[in-house]
Design a protein around this ligand. Structure first.
Ligand code: PEP
Ligand code: MN
Length: 446
């Protein structure tokens, strides 16, 4: 079977770049042919095991933690940056796992998150208007016509950068770096810092005593030394995702081997659009972003399209309502989906509904709004008796100043100090850990 024949022709694909020569022109065709010959980045069997874990989370017996950059860049795919991001996610996971007494599924917005949907096709500075930056997968952030012109060769660079990122991720998570005791030592250090950690010291101490108790009893399980870490990104550029869709030799079914988990964004989830068609044809576990305009009818229609057989683990709804709307908008969706009997995992993205522009022009988010949306998410699920299944966070392991608030009390006037995001503002290392401790309290009390 040819991969192309899987997908319905002629559907509208939103948010696609204006490639030179068009989507079927010689440049895109060359990149696609190159990608088609390259080996898979992930294995179909790994996608299946992630699906099994999501199925467990859907039953309320695991918690999902997904985090990473809004937009990865080729330049920031360095050992230090990758290590710091993994370290941050592992630290958050350790805290959540202890207080939830549940396994935590660790997923990076990493090794493939190189393309961005934009609210405008162009950007104007002064009297110059150029194509908007759509992520390193498409063009370059620099504000010149040359840099902003979409270049299909970049799709091959996405593959290569994802491949080297994943290689390091696998080395870090299997090679001793992820040992729970080591992760705990990092958290202990953080919790001792009087600037923000003092209130978390007791929680870190509790985890420490549990580990000491096990060590004194001679318990030293292999599972403490390595972790499973999954990759994910928004399936946005369809030429790329289709070129990396392969027929799995075990099952003879198509998988998108660019990542374990892919999601469809708020701007591309039209029921009759090309992205939904794509997602409906691949076997990976799939996420769909749901914003405040999503209706019950939308949610039920998506379930029917993407998971007609109600396969456990297949579908995750990532809600991003905003702190002011979550308590009002989420209940109807959760209630209707639950009553329909559909199996979905509910994940809270407390980032994308809480972005605003500071007077200095920087795009930012308030730590308190992020926290409040997660709190609202937990409240809604508690009231309905459903499982608050996880969180989806834009974060970095570095000490950037992109979101305001948190114990370090980053102010709007501090944003310029170290604002590095190529797109949306991320929680820094400290803010991410604080959020983990605060969400852990919610999980413990749930
Ligand atoms: C994102 O996750 O970076 C994003 C653009 O989200 P959304 O589709 O929910 O706006
Ligand atoms: Mn974003």
């Amino acid at each position: 079977m040819s991969i192309d024949s899987l997908f319905t022709p002629g559907l509208v694909a939103a948010q696609q770049p204006q490639w030179p020569g068009g989507a079927t022109g010689p440049q895109v065709t060359k990149a696609v042919e190159t990608l088609r010959k390259l080996p898979p980045l992930v294995f179909a069997g790994e996608c299946d095991s992630l699906k099994e874990r999501i199925a467990i989370a859907q039953e309320g017996k695991a918690f999902w933690l997904q985090g990473g950059d809004c937009a990865e860049t080729f330049e920031a795919a360095t050992a230090d940056s990758i290590r710091n991001r993994i370290k941050t996610i592992l630290q958050m996971a350790a805290v959540l796992q202890y207080f939830a007494s549940l396994p935590v599924i660790k997923v990076g917005r990493m090794a493939g998150q190189f393309a961005k949907p934009r609210s405008s096709d162009t950007e104007t500075r002064g009297d110059v208007t150029l194509p908007a930056y759509r992520g390193d997968a498409v063009n370059d952030l620099e504000f010149t016509l040359e840099a902003r012109t979409p270049n299909p060769d970049r799709l091959v660079q996405v593959y290569n950068t994802s491949s080297s990122t994943l290689n390091l991720v696998r080395a870090f998570t299997q090679g001793g770096f992820a040992d729970i005791r080591r992760v705990h030592e990092w958290n202990k250090g953080f919790a001792k810092d009087p600037r923000f950690g003092a209130r978390y010291e007791q929680m870190a101490g509790e985890i420490g005593r549990a580990l000491d108790f096990m060590a004194s009893a001679g318990v030293d399980p292999e599972a403490f030394k390595t972790v499973d870490f999954y990759s994910s990104h928004e399936a946005l550029i369809l030429e790329y995702e289709k070129a990396l869709t392969r027929i799995d030799s075990r099952t003879e079914l198509p998988y998108d081997v660019s990542a374990h988990f892919v999601w469809i964004g708020e701007r591309t989830r039209q029921l009759d659009g090309a992205h939904m068609d794509f997602a409906s044809k691949i076997q990976n576990p799939i996420g769909i972003k749901l914003g405040p305009k999503s209706t019950v009818e939308d949610a039920l229609a998506m379930i029917k399209k993407l998971n007609p057989s109600n396969e456990p683990g297949r579908l995750t709804f990532i809600t991003r309502m905003g702190a002011t709307q979550i308590r009002e908008k989420l209940p109807a969706l959760v209630k209707a989906v639950t009553e329909s009997g559909a199996k979905v995992l509910w994940v809270c993205d407390p980032m994308h509904g809480n972005t605003y522009e500071a007077p200095s022009g920087y795009k930012t988010r308030k730590f308190d709004d992020v926290l409040d949306e997660v709190r609202g998410f937990f409240e809604v699920h508690k009231a309905l008796g459903t499982h608050p299944g996880g969180i989806h966070i834009e974060l970095t392991g570095d000490d950037v100043t992109e979101c305001v608030g948190g114990g370090e009390q980053i102010l709007e006037s501090d944003l310029a100090t170290r604002y590095e995001s190529a797109c949306d503002p991320r929680l820094n290392h400290t803010q991410s850990l604080e959020l983990a401790f605060l969400v852990a309290e919610m999980l413990r009390d749930h």
